[in-house]
Design a protein around this ligand. Structure first.
Ligand SMILES: [Zn+2]
Length: 458
């Protein structure tokens, strides 16, 4: 079965075929690095990773670009409020550059902990300002941009296709005006969005700024993604990913500015990941339920269990995170590791299982079905089975559990001695000693079972 993916643009599941097979160009909206990466973010990046690994399993070569937004993202996605970096820098009494570096490192650490493949190219917004300025100039030339004394805006009324992705009309777009928000009186339409902010007014003290044809300033958030996507992947790409919260503003704006600048389709397939809820509610500052990598490690849970947990729900459905749920996933994960720890020889892949696995993933990345195949394959956790091991390693190219690096099961000399003592105790019906030795073996990390041949460790 060919890969089928849900395309937000057409609101239907379509057969995927890249523009220049076997290459697939994929742009993933990356983090805004002004705060800790949390498990909600991790769901999105694990989702991207599964998609990318699936494409590789199906024989495609992936060119995957992800941005790091380290400037220009205001506290409201629709250009209102303060710059997230300037605000955080003041709060933590650090420079904006230190803020960006610190949280970029934390992001990388979080990605590595859940074995996410690094993108082919990771691009920082602050290192691509000339490309952004060039794109804004192009929009000026074509009559889609205008200047006020505060900013350069994209004029949505000039773009007849504006709003197609989310199905919103411009007139439906409400602008939430808060008291602390300074609205530019010269902005023509509330839905117009900033391509470039000038270092004036509320941004007069902005510490991150660059020279431009319109004076010193900094880019708008949306233009960053368009400029970097085009710089590395060309004017039309196969897949663009993001969270569903990006559909109505960020991605709508990316499409508008890109397609008006080039005159071509910007993205062939839009893939959006649904939200992660925590204990049934949205994550929020006041509830302090933004759990991150450190919270997982503090509970002695292997972060890779998150992958298993997330894969049991479709990426297109909301997922409810609970610590109990993650504990269950961790127990399941340890079972898979247990199987892996007992394998040494790699046999022959079971082609019918692998075909079933590819079919499951080709069905709009049906990871739950793929996980069900895993349990069918691995039922006896302590049996060495070279063919199943080969098949599981093929599955793991997508699961990303890093099973090939699972420490191998071995019985130490000390444990072998304890087994002999315990078998002797049992033969002598000295069950008190036998139980005591069982406890000692369990403390060493072994599972102890009694068989007709005596004590068996796994
Ligand atoms: Zn983006």
């Amino acid at each position: 079965m060919a890969l089928h993916l849900y395309n937000t643009k057409t609101r239907s599941i379509e057969e995927f075929s890249p523009l220049n097979a076997p290459t697939v160009t994929m742009y993933a909206c990356g983090p805004t690095v002004y705060d800790f990466t949390h498990i909600g973010h991790m769901r999105k990046y694990i989702g991207d990773d599964i998609l990318r690994r699936t494409l590789a399993l199906l024989g495609y070569e992936i060119k995957h670009v992800m941005n790091i937004t380290d400037v220009g993202h205001l506290t409201n996605d629709s250009d209102e409020g303060d710059d997230k970096f300037e605000k955080k820098a003041k709060l933590e009494d650090k420079s904006v550059w230190d803020i960006a570096n610190f949280y970029t490192d934390y992001f990388h650490k979080s990605m590595q902990a859940v074995n996410i493949l690094p993108p082919t190219i990771e691009s920082k917004a602050t290192e691509h300002i000339p490309q952004m300025i060039a794109l804004v100039e192009k929009l000026f030339e074509k009559g889609f941009a205008y200047e006020t004394d505060q900013a350069i805006y994209f004029d949505v009324s000039k773009d007849l296709a504006y709003g197609a992705l989310s199905g919103q009309k411009i007139s439906d777009k409400e602008v939430a005006v808060r008291d602390d928000v300074v609205i530019d009186p010269n902005k023509r339409n509330p839905a117009d969005f900033s391509l470039w902010f000038k270092r004036v007014g509320k941004f007069a003290d902005h510490t991150m700024y660059w020279q431009s044809p319109w004076g010193d300033g900094f880019p708008g958030w949306h233009i960053e993604c368009s400029a970097m996507s085009m710089a590395y992947l060309g004017e039309t790409i196969d897949i663009h990913t993001g969270g569903i919260d990006h559909i109505p503003v960020h991605h709508e704006n990316e499409i508008a500015q890109s397609e008006c600048a080039t005159g071509h389709e910007f993205v062939h397939f839009w893939v959006h990941h649904d939200f992660l809820l925590v204990d049934g509610v949205k994550m929020s500052k006041s509830l302090q339920n933004f759990y991150n990598l450190d919270d997982i490690l503090a509970r002695n849970i292997n972060p890779l269990a998150l992958r298993l947990m997330f894969m049991q729900t479709s990426y297109r459905k909301p997922l409810n995170f609970t610590w109990d749920g993650l504990e269950v996933a961790h127990t399941q994960f340890k079972k898979v590791q247990k199987f892996a720890s007992h394998q040494d020889t790699i046999g022959t892949i079971n082609e019918s299982y692998l075909a079933g696995f590819k079919d499951a993933l080709s069905d709009d990345i049906n990871t739950a079905k793929a996980i069900a195949l895993l349990w069918e394959l691995v039922n006896d956790m302590t049996l060495a089975d070279p063919d199943k091991w080969a098949t599981l390693l093929a599955f793991d190219e997508v699961f990303g559990f890093d099973l090939k690096n699972t420490p191998k099961f071995s019985i130490t000399k000390e444990a072998q001695q304890l087994v002999i003592e315990r078998d002797n105790a049992r033969a002598a019906k000295d069950f008190a000693t036998s139980d005591k030795l069982r406890a000692v073996l369990e403390a060493l990390g072994y599972d102890v079972s009694d068989t007709p041949e005596g004590t068996r460790l796994s």
